[in-house]
Design a protein around this ligand. Structure first.
Ligand SMILES: [Zn+2]
Ligand SMILES: [Zn+2]
Ligand SMILES: [Zn+2]
Ligand SMILES: [Zn+2]
Length: 544
C-alpha cells in the first residue's frame, strides 16, 4: 500500500499531487509531470515553486518503515526484477536506491549485479570496488567482483578476488567452487573458459580470457600476503550475518550441491522478497490514531486533502480556514492558487491507510459526519438564516456571499443537498425579523478568492419560532406559513386588493426610474397576474 504507483517501490519522500495521488518525489522528476502518471489528470503546482513532500505521509513512512527495512525492500525488488530477467528495470530501481542511500552497500551490490547483467562490467566493477572499500571485512563484494572480473576475461584478478573472499570467509563455498572451476579449465586448455556456460557465458569476453591467465600464478600468493591480516578471526564470525539486508543467515553454510549460481540467487531472491513482504503487516501495528489526526479538529481525518505546501487537513476544516484567510493554517504558505482552483481532491493513500488500519474508527467518523449532515439537512429546526434582505416566493434573489460565516452556510446547503436556507431582514433587538422566506439556490458562481455569487429564488414563507446560532451564523426553528382560504365577500375583497396592488406594481415597473430598474435587475420582470389567487396556499412559484 505504501508503494509509489510510478516506480512500484516503497514511497520515498512522498508528494501528493493535485489529483490526490502520491508519488516519490524523485519519481515526479525535477518539476512536475504535466499529467498524473496514474489517473492522467492534469497536474498543477498551485502557487508553490516545486512539489512539496506530504508531511503526514512522510511521518507515517518514517514511523512504519525503518531505513533498514526500506532498503531491504528496495533490494528485494531489484533482485526480483533480476530474477525475472528485467535487468533494465532492476538497474533503474537500483540506480534510484543508490541515489537515495549512497552509503548502503546492499544497494550498490544490487546495482553492480544489474550492471553485470546488462554487460556493463566496468560500471559493475566500480560499484563493487566501492563496496569492497566501504566494507573490507565482508566477503560478498569480493565474491561478486571475482565474477565480474571473470566475465571481463580477467581471470587472474578474478581469482585474486575469490582468494580474498575465502580469506574473509573460509567456508564460503561458492568462491571456492568458482576457483576450482577456473583452475580445472586452466590446466588442460587455457582458452576454453569462454566456452564454459557456467563460468563465462558472455561470448564477448572470450578473447580477453587469455590476457588474464599468465598473470595468475604470480598474483595468487600476492593476494594472500596482502589480505592476511583482516582475514584472521573474521571469516567465521562475519559471514554469519553478512550484509544484513542482503544475506540470509545460514546461506553460506548450506552445502553447495548446485553448481549453478543462478539457482542460488533465485532461492535467495524468493526468500528475501518474502521477508520483505512479511514486514508489511506489522507496520500497521506501529500506527496510532493520533498519526491520522487533523490538526484543526483533532479528530481522525475525514476526507483528507493535502495542500500544495504538503499539509493535510479534513476537507471541511481546511475550507473553513480558507473562508477567513487564503493561507495554510500550519505554515502560512499562500493558498490563493489552491483556493482559486477549488479542486480539493482527497488524498487517496491516506484514505486507504485509514481504511486498512482503523476501519472501525473510520466508519465511526463517517457516521458522525453523516449525523452532522442529517442535522444540517433539517428544514424546520435550526435552519440557517441569512440576515440580509426581504425576499418573496417565486422572486429571484441574487446574493453576493463574502462573509466567512455565510460562505460556510452556503457550502453546507450544497453539501447536505437541501440547497435551501432562510432569508430574513435585520430587526433591531432580535437580530432578525419574525418572518422570512426560504430561498433555494439555483446557481453558484464561485469567485477565485472564495467569494461567490449565488442565484436564489424565493420559496415558502415562514414564521420564526425560536432563534439560535451555529458556527457564527443565525439559525431558527420555524413553521411554514399557509394562506387561509377565504370565500364569498371576503374573497371578492381580496381579489380587489390583488388587482389594485398588481396595477400599482405594474405602474412602478413601467415607470422606468432608477428604483424600478434596480428592482427589475434584481428580481426580474413582474410575474403574470394569477387567475386563481388562492391556488397556491404557500406562495407563488412553490411546488410544495
Ligand atoms: Zn516512486
Ligand atoms: Zn492522479
Ligand atoms: Zn479536521
Ligand atoms: Zn502548509
Amino acid at each position: 500500500m505504501l508503494r509509489c504507483p510510478s516506480c512500484l517501490l516503497l514511497l520515498w519522500k512522498p508528494v501528493t499531487v493535485s489529483c490526490g495521488h502520491s508519488f516519490c518525489k524523485p519519481c515526479l522528476g525535477g518539476a512536475l509531470p504535466p499529467r498524473c502518471p496514474l489517473c492522467q489528470e492534469r497536474l498543477k503546482l498551485l502557487g508553490v515553486g516545486t512539489a512539496r513532500c506530504n508531511v503526514v505521509l512522510c511521518g507515517l513512512l518514517e514511523k512504519c518503515v525503518e531505513r533498514e527495512i526500506r532498503l531491504a525492500w528496495l533490494v528485494a525488488h531489484v533482485r526480483d526484477r533480476l530474477t525475472r530477467g528485467d535487468a533494465e528495470e532492476a538497474l533503474r530501481m537500483a540506480q534510484k536506491g543508490v541515489e537515495l542511500a549512497p552509503d548502503a552497500s546492499s544497494l550498490r551490490l544490487c546495482r553492480a549485479e544489474a550492471f553485470a547483467a546488462l554487460g556493463q562490467h566496468q560500471r559493475a566493477l566500480e560499484d563493487l570496488d566501492t563496496v569492497c572499500k566501504a566494507e573490507p571485512g565482508e566477503h560478498e563484494g569480493f565474491f561478486r567482483k571475482g565474477k565480474v572480473l571473470l566475465k571481463m576475461g580477467q581471470r587472474a584478478e578474478a581469482l585474486m578476488a575469490w582468494e580474498h573472499c575465502l580469506t574473509l570467509s573460509p567456508h564460503f563455498h561458492p568462491a571456492r567452487r568458482e576457483m576450482e572451476k577456473i583452475l580445472a579449465e586452466d590446466a588442460p586448455q587455457p582458452c576454453t573458459a569462454a566456452a564454459h556456460p557456467g563460468v563465462a557465458h558472455q561470448g564477448s569476453t572470450g578473447p580477453q580470457v587469455d590476457e588474464g591467465s599468465p598473470v595468475f600464478p604470480s598474483s595468487s600468493p600476492q593476494v594472500q600476503d596482502q589480505e592476511g591480516e583482516p582475514a584472521d578471526g573474521r571469516g567465521d564470525t562475519e559471514h554469519g550475518h553478512g550484509t544484513a539486508t542482503l544475506s540470509q543467515p545460514g546461506r553460506q553454510q548450506e552445502p553447495d550441491t548446485s553448481a549453478e549460481r543462478q539457482d542460488r540467487w533465485l532461492v535467495d531472491n524468493e526468500e528475501e522478497t518474502a521477508a520483505a513482504k512479511d514486514t508489511q503487516p506489522s507496520l500497521w501495528e506501529l500506527l496510532s490514531i493520533s498519526d491520522l489526526e487533523c490538526s484543526l479538529c483533532i479528530r481522525m481525518f475525514f476526507e483528507p486533502v493535502t495542500t500544495p505546501c504538503g499539509h493535510t487537513f479534513c476537507k471541511e476544516c481546511l475550507e473553513r480556514c480558507l473562508d477567513h484567510r487564503p493561507n495554510c493554517p500550519l505554515c502560512k504558505q499562500s493558498l490563493r492558487e489552491y483556493l482559486k482552483d477549488g479542486n480539493y481532491s482527497p488524498t487517496v493513500l491516506l484514505q486507504d491507510i485509514m481504511l486498512a488500519t482503523f476501519p472501525a474508527q473510520l466508519a465511526q467518523r463517517r457516521d458522525l459526519h453523516q449525523a452532522e449532515m442529517a442535522e444540517l439537512s433539517n428544514l424546520t429546526n435550526n435552519i440557517p438564516i441569512f440576515v440580509c434582505t426581504m425576499s418573496f416566493p417565486g422572486i429571484a434573489c441574487p446574493l453576493h456571499v463574502f462573509e466567512p460565516r455565510y460562505r460556510l452556510m452556503i457550502r453546507r446547503c450544497q453539501e447536505t443537498g437541501t440547497r435551501r436556507f432562510g432569508m430574513c431582514i435585520y430587526e433591531d433587538g432580535k437580530s432578525f425579523a419574525d418572518y422570512g422566506c426560504m430561498l433555494e439556490i439555483r446557481q453558484i458562481e464561485l469567485l477565485a478568492d472564495g467569494r461567490s455569487l449565488v442565484d436564489t429564488i424565493g420559496q415558502r414563507r415562514f414564521r420564526v419560532l425560536s432563534r439560535g446560532h451555529r458556527d457564527g451564523y443565525n439559525t431558527a426553528d420555524i413553521e411554514y406559513l399557509e394562506d387561509k382560504k377565504v370565500a364569498g365577500e371576503e374573497l371578492q375583497e381580496l381579489q380587489c386588493l390583488h388587482e389594485s396592488t398588481y396595477c400599482l406594481a405594474q405602474r412602478f415597473c413601467e415607470h422606468g426610474d432608477l428604483a424600478s430598474r434596480h428592482v427589475l435587475m434584481q428580481h426580474g420582470p413582474l410575474p403574470e397576474k394569477e387567475e386563481d389567487i388562492q391556488v397556491m396556499p404557500c406562495g407563488k412559484g412553490c411546488s410544495e
